[in-house]
Design a binder for this molecule. Structure first.
Ligand code: ZN
Length: 102
């Protein structure tokens, strides 16, 4: 097997694992394992250089790994000056900014 093929294969495996953990997280079957799932998701996305989609990024706080449920949802504010949508984590107040589509 060529080195490039192996890399591609590993990236695919990484992506599968990533989706697996995201599904587990979304299923809310074991909320007590959230920190472990989120740690795995971060590890895989960094290790394999897989970019999370916007939807996936908004599932949990990138800083303190808090899963955003309906009760502890992020504060959403529109910044019309910078054309961004700002999401604030209720626990660590980390702000995540997304550029608005014009
Ligand atoms: Zn946070």
């Amino acid at each position: 097997m060529k080195n490039k093929d192996r890399k591609q294969l590993q990236a695919n495996l990484g992506k599968e694992n990533l989706e697996f953990f995201i599904e587990l997280l979304k299923s809310r079957k074991n909320p007590e394992f959230d920190p472990q799932y989120i740690r795995e998701i971060k590890k895989i996305s960094q290790g394999f250089n897989i970019r999370l989609t916007r939807e996936q990024k908004l599932l949990f706080c990138q800083k303190c790994s808090l899963f955003f449920e309906k009760e502890n949802t992020q504060k959403i504010r529109l910044d019309t000056k910078h054309f961004t949508k700002n999401y604030t984590c209720p626990r660590c107040f980390n702000v995540k900014r997304f550029i608005l589509k014009k």
